[in-house]
Design a protein around this ligand. Structure first.
Ligand code: GLA
Length: 379
């Protein structure tokens, strides 16, 4: 017995430490937080990030589960003689470490962005040939999350490049969530699970129903690659940015919950409306997204512009989204047998936050144009 234990110790001590080993302890459920890109683009600063961290706490976002405060592109300007990355001295006059400390003082986590190629998408210095050096710098600052993009990477092989970051993160000794952002190039769902904690599956989202719905509804079939510690990433949230109406944002949030997608808010938390808060912070919808089993949902039915998607949950119930992608209201019928639910099922409307009682065989709802009815179906 003692010998066996000794042997086990030896094996674990000699195995290379990789992100694989840490992936189920960090990002066990899809990461939740905020990222600067969708609303602010390159207009990032120390002041903005501090104000956003404050607002995440005061608006209740932190208590709702949003923990990461992530700076996207444009915080970096050049490299020093020793190759280390130089932070924009005008926008971040204190440097990154004090900012990370501030975010941590709010019991939040801190994230940065880089690019595996020669430049970031906004033409700032990329991490190519500086992979380990940059990760070490981030670890010294206290970074908890790194998103790594794929611009200016001509001739490079994504799996090879991203593996360098994975190993550098493991070497750093710091638990850092690793977000692969190469827009689905070379099927990252096949190598992503043993490389990072999440990987983008598509190009960039924009704050329009067409963009969001094309991305969200095209994710069927990728569920088998996702699970605790490794997630498909259909890109960050646009909820609250103003380009979609209420029903369209409900569709956005519902799809991302069913898809077990990372929930990175992309709006200005300092000035969110009550309507936006109710969408981003609905605890029952977040509970579906964060379900402990981590099984990504899938499409079970479609007919013309109407689709039903289902996600199985830990307690044996199912979350069912009845989506109308059409241009007028339609009735959608959920047949319990078709989703393996009992003939007599208990229903709860997750957006209305209302029990609908016990229902026999099927349930029909009128769903508005571009809208959704989101149900929890249980025994
Ligand atoms: C790419 C990424 C975006 C964002 C920008 C920043 O387009 O896909 O999410 O990070 O770069 O330049």
């Amino acid at each position: 017995m003692a010998l066996l234990a000794l042997a086990a110790l030896f094996v674990s001590a000699t195995l290379p430490q990789t992100a694989e080993a840490q992936s189920t302890t960090i990002a066990a459920t899809p990461p939740m937080g905020w990222n600067s890109w969708n609303k602010f683009g390159c207009n990032v600063s120390d002041k903005l990030i501090r104000e956003m961290a404050d607002a995440i706490v005061s608006a209740g976002m932190k208590d709702a589960g949003y923990r990461f405060v992530n700076i996207d592109d444009c915080w970096q300007v050049s490299r020093a003689a020793d190759g280390s990355i130089v932070v924009d001295p005008e926008r971040f006059p204190n440097g990154m470490k004090p900012l990370a400390d501030y975010v941590h003082s709010k019991d939040l986590k801190f994230g940065v962005y880089t690019d595996a190629g020669r430049m970031t998408c906004a033409k700032r210095p990329g991490s190519y040939d500086h992979e380990a050096q940059d990760i070490k710098t981030y670890a010294d600052w206290g970074v908890d999350y790194v998103k790594i993009d794929w611009c200016y990477a001509d001739g490079l092989e994504p799996e090879v490049q991203y593996t360098k970051f994975r190993d550098a993160i493991a070497q750093s000794g710091r638990q850092i969530v690793f977000s692969i952002c190469n827009w689905g190039v070379k099927a990252p769902w096949t190598w992503g699970p043993h490389t990072g904690n999440l990987w983008r599956t598509t190009g960039d989202i924009s704050d329009k129903y067409d963009s969001m719905s094309l991305i969200g509804f095209s994710q069927d079939g990728l569920g088998k690659f996702a699970g605790r510690g490794h997630w498909n990433d259909p890109d960050m949230l646009e909820v609250g940015n103003g380009g979609m109406n209420h029903d369209e944002y409900l569709t956005h949030m519902t799809l991302w919950a069913i898809l077990a997608a990372p929930l990175l808010a992309g709006n200005d938390i300092r000035s969110m409306s009550e309507e936006t808060k109710a969408i981003l912070m609905n605890p029952e919808v977040i509970a579906v997204n964060q379900d402990a089993k981590g099984i990504q949902g899938h499409r079970v039915w479609d007919e013309g512009p109407l689709e039903i998607w289902v996600r199985p949950l830990t307690d044996g119930s199912q979350a069912a989204g009845l989506f109308n992608r059409g241009e007028s209201a339609f009735k959608i019928r959920l047949d319990f047998k078709a989703i393996g639910a009992p003939a007599s099922a208990k229903l709860r409307d997750l957006w209305e936050r209302k029990d609908l009682g016990r229902v026999q065989d099927s349930y029909t709802a009128e769903v508005p144009k571009h809208g959704v009815v989101f149900l929890k179906v249980s025994k």
